[in-house]
Write a protein that binds this ligand. Structure first.
Ligand SMILES: Cc1cc2nc3c(=O)[nH]c(=O)nc-3n(C[C@H](O)[C@H](O)[C@H](O)COP(=O)(O)OP(=O)(O)OC[C@H]3O[C@@H](n4cnc5c(N)ncnc54)[C@H](O)[C@@H]3O)c2cc1C
Length: 291
């Protein structure tokens, strides 16, 4: 089947095209994931709809609005990584993006495509889950927000209706003193796909972790948070944290599947070690200001 490309001038036009024939129409962002799937015959779509010519400034904005960092859906990952506001407000996102594939991919891959692609190995979902980010979607009945916890549903599956368009992402700013990190363990090069990825977001009050968030990717069919681990960390201080014990708890809280990057057994071992390393880094920072 041949695939055609339509460049629309407005979001409403794109949404109407998707609604008219959802099975035959798909939005294309940077095309980094979609084109590989089309070429491999995993997907067959007669019409790709590009938003490149839509001039709505909200699609390309990067700014702090109120207590949130707002990223337009058409921003490339490089736009986000290089932006001074993101560097100032969310260094953990910048660090995660630096290890996401190559400059070539990041220069074209979009925020929206990165959210919708749904590969369980992707780096941003665990971090966004711990930051309690929301995906901004334009659908048949207007704009709505979907929490990342609801959005990442399964293997290459996200909670979108066929006519939905992702137009942005909103990330709550971190409270002062919050430790946030994404740890990516790869087999060879730093920017390879993750064997296991772990995000930790550890707000603190009076030296105790308060309402922690921990999430993983590349382990199960979709990234998800680990409530058992979060409960165990709630109220813990840097002096009494047990990184190895919490690491083991994380390993026992998941049901990994073997994949081309590692066996289920290996993923459990890596997850345990990475959670422990993340907690040691937090404890160091909490006790000695990171020195
Ligand atoms: C060589 C290579 C290495 C990679 N390594 C990594 C890695 O280490 N870590 C990692 O996290 N990722 C990695 N990726 C995946 C990469 O992050 C994704 O391919 C990319 O983020 C997808 O963004 P895109 O804009 O190119 O989306 P596209 O490929 O254009 O689209 C992806 C999906 O999103 C949908 N879509 C796009 N825009 C919208 C929209 N506005 N509304 C609704 N649906 C939309 C498309 O229909 C499609 O289903 C790698 C990719 C490549 C090619």
């Amino acid at each position: 089947m041949t695939t055609g490309l339509l460049e629309v001038g407005s979001l409403a036009q794109a949404r109407d095209l998707l609604a008219a024939d959802p099975d035959a129409t798909r939005i294309i962002g940077g095309g980094t994931g979609l084109m590989l799937m089309l070429k491999a015959g995993l997907l067959s779509v007669p019409t790709l709809v590009s938003l490149r010519k839509v001039t709505d400034p909200a699609l390309r904005e990067i700014e702090v609005r109120g207590d949130r960092l707002v990223l337009g859906g058409l921003c490339t990952l490089s736009d986000v990584l290089d932006h001074p506001v993101v560097r100032r407000e969310l260094p953990a996102l910048v660090a995660a993006l630096r290890r996401l594939s190559s400059v070539r991919t990041r220069n074209v891959a979009t925020v929206a495509g990165c959210l919708v692609h749904g590969d369980p190995h992707m780096d941003l979902p665990p971090l966004l889950l711990t930051l309690e980010a929301e995906v901004v979607v334009l659908g048949l009945h207007g704009e709505r927000r979907i929490t990342c916890a609801e959005f990442f549903v399964g293997y290459y599956e996200v909670a979108l209706a066929p006519e939905d368009i992702v137009i942005g992402l909103e990330i709550p700013l971190l409270r002062a003193g919050t430790f946030a990190t994404y740890r990516k363990f790869t087999g060879a090069l730093a920017e390879d796909w993750a064997v296991v990825g772990v995000a930790l977001c550890l707000p603190q009050e009076a030296g105790r972790i308060t309402r922690p968030a921990v999430a993983v990717c590349a382990v199960e069919s979709a990234a998800r948070r680990l409530p058992e681990v979060e409960r165990a960390l709630d109220g813990v201080t840097a002096a009494d944290v047990d990184p190895d014990g919490i690491g083991e708890l994380a390993a026992s809280a998941v049901e990994p599947a073997d994949d081309h990057l590692g066996s289920a057994w290996y993923k459990r071992r890596v997850l345990s070690a990475e959670v422990a390393r993340g907690l040691r880094a937090w404890a160091r920072e909490a006790q000695h200001g990171g020195k």
